[in-house]
Ligand binder design. Structure first.
Ligand code: APR
Length: 317
């Protein structure tokens, strides 16, 4: 069992994280930080704590507005941010304004983690994913094996789900991976997509695969438009926990993760989604996979998009 998992941001994803951690008996202690008044994090935690007799699990769950509850956490999962919402005057913030707001929040998160959980593995979910994890890394100055973004697990899960549906087979029969940035330039890798170890094209036509890959790139937006407000929250939460479990149980599991690259895949100084080996030291290895020339080109385009977002991040203090 993990001693302590800290979660920053107790909204939709944070709430699922806390209840899943309890349900899976993953950690003895769970801490949740959320700045929302009056005592939102405390309320969320009390609700889940009161369910522990029903779960049949003893777990110490603490919520607070302050980062001190993170003290000594082995893992910190970051979900803090504000969504793109209408202002009281009826206007929406621009992408740049929203990025600036979320980077300010990220700087507070980084300061809290640095002070109270300097030895934690950090998994960041908050969007824009590539920019936020990059900023956290710059502020925290943690070793690159200990900080990562959760995107690839979710994007690959979505790809797998669509392929399973089209092929009419169990999701358990699908192997699939999505690389690159966590945006509409992400790259579903068809050459690595297998059904029961066989090439996906044997089960799903090329034209259907093209539609599936397009749907995968826009899958986050599809959920947003169906929900009307907010974004996907169950799938991102359980995807982050797959990463936590791979590290905590030293699984040596190959998982696509937004990892800090220093030359791998021709990328330097950015967080980009690539297959990694996760074990007790966090990201223990970046796994190289052979891409087709088209996939290489698409990954290049995705990296370019991540680079330009991170250049914007570097412009802000
Ligand atoms: N410290 C802690 N929590 C904060 C801070 C802060 N400085 N600033 C904002 N928060 C909290 C908000 O009060 C809110 O409760 O972060 C929470 C975010 O929750 P939601 O808005 O419900 O968002 P959620 O759906 O959980 O998604 C979180 O993950 O997938 C991404 O795009 C998504 O960036 C978003 C993040």
């Amino acid at each position: 069992m993990i001693n302590k998992i800290g979660i920053v941001g107790g909204g939709n994803i944070g709430g699922v994280l806390v209840s899943e951690i309890v349900n899976r008996r993953l950690a003895r202690n769970v801490a949740l930080v959320d700045v929302k008044p009056p005592e939102f994090a405390q309320g969320k935690c009390l609700d889940i704590a009161e369910a522990t007799p029903v779960y049949g699990v003893d777990c110490n769950i603490r919520g607070s507005k302050g980062y001190e509850v993170l003290e000594g956490a082995d893992f910190v999962i970051n979900t803090a941010g504000v969504p793109r919402a209408m202002r009281p005057d009826g206007t929406f913030p621009s992408r740049d304004e929203l990025l600036a707001i979320n980077l300010k929040i990220t700087d507070l998160v980084a300061a809290g983690i640095k002070k109270y959980a300097p030895n934690a593995f950090v998994i960041s979910i908050a969007n824009p994913l590539d920019a936020i994890v990059y900023r956290l890394f710059k502020k925290l100055k943690f070793k690159k094996n200990k900080i990562m973004g959760m995107a690839g697990v979710l994007d690959s899960a979505r790809y797998k789900y669509f392929v399973a549906e089209a092929a009419g087979v169990s999701v358990e029969n699908i192997e699939a991976v999505v690389l690159g940035g966590h945006g509409d330039t992400m790259v579903p890798i068809r050459s690595a997509c297998r059904i029961y170890g066989l090439p996906v094209e044997q089960f799903v036509s090329k034209s259907k695969l093209e539609k599936i890959e397009k749907r995968t790139r826009g899958a986050g937006g599809e959920v947003v438009s169906l929900l009307g407000s907010g974004s996907a929250f169950v799938s991102p939460a359980v995807s982050a926990l797959e990463m936590v479990e791979a590290i905590a149980w030293d699984k040596k599991k190959i998982v696509p993760v937004a990892a800090y690259l220093e030359g791998e895949y021709g990328v330097k100084g950015l967080f980009v989604g690539v297959p990694t080996l996760l074990g007790k030291d966090g990201i223990e290895k970046i796994i190289k996979i052979k891409l087709t020339p088209e996939e290489k080109k698409a990954l290049g385009r995705s990296v370019k998009a991540v680079k330009s977002t991170c250049a914007e991040v570097d412009k802000t203090k």
